[in-house]
Design a protein around this ligand. Structure first.
Ligand SMILES: [Zn+2]
Length: 207
């Protein structure tokens, strides 16, 4: 349930499932906070030099661009943990025509056609990612792949909580200020400009 918008403000792709009461999702977010805490690199930036004022946890989430698991065992666990999201992605990908490619442990469907491709185009998105499946309308740039792979890594950590957490934050912050989208934009920015490690405060950029 994530995607890179290439134009058009505050549009978002909404999944049908995974909608729960905000209260329940909020509780879930709080519950995973402890799990996330030790994984987050960079942490919150209390100086607040980003454009958004928000709780430290969310600022940390916006700075969270996890790397691929370093060990084979870790990668197996990551695939298993994200498997529900990936299966959903495969089901969606089956409706798309496009060329398949392996990208850093994920499957990319490039040049996706079909209903999803049309929907992405209508909403102004270049791509969407479910677990280890990236679906792109065109030929994805390195920056776009970095953006989408960041969502894959998020899903590897959050597992089935990814969808509810993503949707809850989307409801509160919208697409532009969504902490997980800001993290993905940071990843994309790093890919397009490897020299800049400016990191944590994901300003606009490629979005
Ligand atoms: Zn995204």
């Amino acid at each position: 349930m994530h995607h890179l918008r290439d134009r058009g403000p505050r549009r978002q792709l909404r999944g049908g499932s995974g909608r729960r009461g905000l209260l329940g999702v909020g509780t879930l977010v709080a519950a995973i906070a402890g799990v996330l805490g030790w994984r987050m690199r960079g942490g919150a930036d209390p100086r607040g030099d980003g454009p958004v004022t928000e709780p430290a946890l969310l600022a940390a989430l916006a700075a969270w661009t996890p790397a691929r698991a370093a060990t084979p065992a870790g990668q197996v666990l990551a695939y298993l943990w994200a498997a529900p999201n990936t299966l959903a992605g495969l089901a969606v990908a089956a409706t798309c025509r496009g060329s398949l490619r392996r990208v850093d442990g994920a499957l990319a469907v490039c040049g996706a056609r079909g209903p999803l491709g049309r929907m992405l185009a209508r909403r102004g998105f270049s791509a969407t990612t479910l677990g280890h499946v990236i679906i792109a309308r065109g030929e994805p740039s390195p920056a776009l792949l970095a953006h989408e792979l960041c969502h894959t890594r998020q899903a590897e950590r959050l597992g089935v909580a990814f969808g509810p957490v993503y949707l809850a934050l989307l409801t509160v912050y919208g697409y532009r200020r969504h902490p997980m989208e800001r993290a993905a934009r940071t990843a994309a920015q790093r890919a397009s400009d490897p020299g800049s490690e400016s990191g944590s405060s994901a300003r606009s950029a490629a979005g």
